[in-house]
Write a protein that binds this ligand. Structure first.
Ligand SMILES: Cc1cc2nc3c(=O)[nH]c(=O)nc-3n(C[C@H](O)[C@H](O)[C@H](O)COP(=O)(O)O)c2cc1C
Length: 227
């Protein structure tokens, strides 16, 4: 049903039959379908699903990197957070930083400030503006010097999640937890490392098709130069 509707939409948008056929490729389809999800069902994700997603992240291309003096082709490591108490600790650490940063936009960007505050006020308790009650918060941790490689692993993870019917969201604010010693200890963060993501994972509350449509309204076509 979902596939048929997308195909019909693509055909109606004037694309050639070959382009439509190419876009039905499952990998390309996942790339188009993936959107940031900020509302999740309180349903646990089976371990097999989480491991499959992490394995997909582990397949990303990477430069060589040194981790604890060892040369590694996969410079990243993963921490899966499911524990409600630990999630609460993360939120209590990151939320004040979010509030401070949002507050600082009051003068510089009042429109964004207003929007953020409206979202925050409309949110039911506990006001989880950061992790959005996701059942899994996946920390991708790697050397500061391997940012590109780690970002590629993050994208693999989000695409794999989408392909398996899960929602995801890269949450830069969620990484602002280095100020809490217990969290740093639990994540085993060292000086040369940083958090990529974290990536929220969970079964989305709204229909993926609706999000795809919503996003399309503001879609900007790629700028391409052919030489
Ligand atoms: C580096 C980075 C940091 C981000 N940080 C946040 C964040 O803190 N909170 C959030 O809700 N979304 C965050 N996002 C998600 C973006 O808002 C989102 O990807 C963008 O609006 C495009 O929407 P889409 O992912 O649905 O295509 C982040 C994305 C990236 C790449």
């Amino acid at each position: 049903m979902h596939k048929i509707r997308i195909r019909t939409l693509l055909l109606l948008s004037g694309l050639s039959l070959l382009t439509v056929k190419l876009m039905m490729n499952p990998v390309i389809e996942a790339m188009h379908k993936r959107r940031s999800v900020r509302s999740y069902e309180p349903k646990p994700i089976p371990r097999d699903v989480i491991n499959t997603i992490i394995e997909a992240g582990n397949q990303a291309p990477s430069t060589m990197g040194m981790v604890k003096g060892v040369l590694r082709f996969q410079p990243w490591r993963f921490v899966v957070v499911e524990d409600p108490e630990f999630k609460q600790k993360l939120l209590q650490t990151a939320l004040p930083i979010w509030k401070k940063m949002t507050e600082s936009m009051k003068e510089t960007d009042p429109e964004i400030y207003e929007k953020a505050m409206k979202l925050y006020e409309a949110m039911p308790e506990p006001k989880d503006m950061i992790y959005h009650g996701a059942p899994v918060i996946l920390f991708i941790i790697g050397p500061i010097s391997n940012a590109v490689s780690c970002a590629l692993a993050c994208e693999n993870i989000m695409l794999a999640a989408c392909a398996l019917g899960l929602g995801s969201c890269y949450t830069g604010f969620g990484a602002m937890v280095k100020g809490h010693a217990d969290i740093v200890q639990a994540l085993e963060l060292t000086d040369g490392e940083r958090i990529y993501g974290p990536i929220l994972l969970g079964y989305p509350k709204d229909a993926p098709e609706k999000r795809w449509m919503d996003q399309h309204k503001s879609y900007v076509k790629p700028t391409i130069k052919w030489i």
